[in-house]
Ligand binder design. Structure first.
Ligand code: SF4
Length: 452
């Protein structure tokens, strides 16, 4: 909870000396509460007062970064329980657990498989970000070699070992890339915390339950370590989801600092479909990191797609640049298709046009990321806006005809659009899935050329 002016006033000197530029301490407190002044302006503020204000200003869930600068993974700093209240800011990282008890060639192949899990989804590249490298046999040399191999391939890592000696060996050459260390427990927290502090690496803290977890983060926090990730120790969907929800609720609604860190979860299901369901549940509520075994390509695609949806700002639809795009290799006789700059709309149209085996020019009208009917209802996809976009484009030079295809859902715009633009407007299918039939039955390039 943010401090009120009265809370702040209680820790100020209350001398009303005016040296802060404001006549009274109470007025200064009111300025601080609304963030219009900084505590440094009061030369008499005690260290305690400064610490109180700094603590209140800290985010309820700490922002933690992991991995090399080039592909830094950021988690935490979330502000709401429910996405519709605002948005979720930092997409859950997904890690594939790989054990070290295999040959270097097998390990390399596994790492390459994770590296290849990158997908182009509605104009954004989404990926599986991390490898959770598990020390399978307590052999420091083998663990260090595997960590060096993965790090050399540019992978962000979570190093998993309960043995501080193995962790130290693995960190020797790669700590500058800030791998996440897993994990400090009631048995080893002093050694693990010392290692994390010496190497400036983020650290997972694992408790048997939330009470033990909070106790451990208090102790580790007192050593000056702040980049922590929480593992409540729960396994299985119901228990893990309960703990993740409790952690988020306590951090946001009670400002409970010992649990004010991003949390993580392990997928424990064995069935491949259940694995996706379980992992997706955790990334919806409320894991900053999900670790799963043996992820296959189709599972990864399902999870990153779900994550992309959950972490899209509900008030800012994913958009593409307005203007003209080529679908396939269009030429002067290719059709001109009118659509909006809502990513999902455009990429659906693009896929359906490609499926029709026709090349086309797409005129993408700026509708602030709204779909055809939504933009039409909001007066952003009108005859005027389309005619303006058409006139501003270079389509008249690109094609040898003056025909454009309007989405069937807004057929009512066709007459006025013809008047304003001077182009012949053909009413296309209501859904772009009808594009194949439309191209076959309604679009005749030779006829189009003849009308130019
Ligand atoms: S300088 Fe400090 S003590 Fe003086 S009025 Fe401002 S807040 Fe109060």
């Amino acid at each position: 909870m943010p401090l009120t002016a009265l809370d702040i006033y209680k820790v100020l000197p209350k001398t009303n000396c005016g040296e802060c530029g404001i006549p009274t301490c109470l007025a200064f407190a009111m300025q601080l509460a609304t963030k219009k002044a900084a505590i440094d302006a009061c030369p008499y503020a005690t260290d305690d007062a400064k610490a109180t204000l700094a603590g209140a200003a800290a985010p309820p869930i700490r922002l933690v970064s992991i991995g090399p600068d080039a592909q830094c993974i950021v988690m935490g700093n979330e502000t709401v329980m429910f996405r519709h209240e605002e948005t979720f800011y930092h997409p859950t990282a997904i890690a594939v657990r790989i054990r070290t008890d295999r040959s270097p060639d097998e390990l390399k192949a596994e790492f390459e498989r994770v590296q290849a899990m990158v997908y182009d989804r509605v104009g954004q590249f989404v990926r599986v970000e991390m490898v959770a490298l598990e020390d399978a046999d307590g052999d420091p040399g083998r663990f260090a070699a595997a960590a060096a191999l993965a790090d050399g391939m540019g992978l962000a890592l979570m190093l998993m070992s309960d043995a501080p000696a193995a962790m130290e060996a693995a960190l020797a050459g790669i700590s500058a890339h800030r791998p996440l260390l897993y994990a400090a427990t009631a048995d080893n927290w002093e050694a693990m915390a010392a290692l994390a502090k010496a190497r400036a690496c983020p650290l997972v803290v694992r408790g048997k339950d939330l009470n033990e977890l909070a106790d451990l983060t208090r102790k580790i926090g007192a050593l000056g370590l702040t980049d922590l990730v929480l593992d409540s120790g729960a396994r299985g969907l119901p228990a893990t989801l309960t703990d993740l929800t409790q952690i988020r609720r306590l951090a946001l609604r009670r400002q409970f600092r010992p649990l004010g860190y991003p949390a993580m979860a392990f997928v424990t299901s064995q069935d491949p479909i259940d694995q996706v369901t379980e992992g997706t549940a955790y990334l919806c509520k409320y894991a900053g990191l999900v670790v799963t075994d043996g992820l296959q390509d189709w599972q990864a695609l399902a999870m990153v797609t779900a994550r992309q949806n959950i972490y899209t700002d509900p008030q800012k639809p994913i958009q593409i640049e307005p203007g003209v795009r080529a679908i396939g290799k269009p030429d002067a006789s290719s059709p001109v298709l009118i659509t909006t700059n809502f990513s999902l709309t455009y990429f659906t149209v693009e896929a359906d046009v490609e499926a029709s085996r026709t090349a086309a020019w797409a005129l993408i009208v700026d509708t602030e990321g709204q779909s055809v009917l939504t933009a039409w209802a909001a007066d952003k996809f009108t005859a005027e806006t389309i005619a303006k976009a058409l006139a501003a484009s270079d389509l008249a030079e690109r094609v040898n005809h003056r025909k454009a295809v309007l989405p069937g859902g807004v057929a009512t715009l066709s007459g006025k659009l013809e008047e304003l633009s001077g182009w012949e407007i053909l009413v296309g299918p209501r859904e772009s899935a009808g594009m194949t039939m439309f191209m076959r039955n309604r679009w005749r390039p030779s006829e189009a050329a003849a009308t130019s």
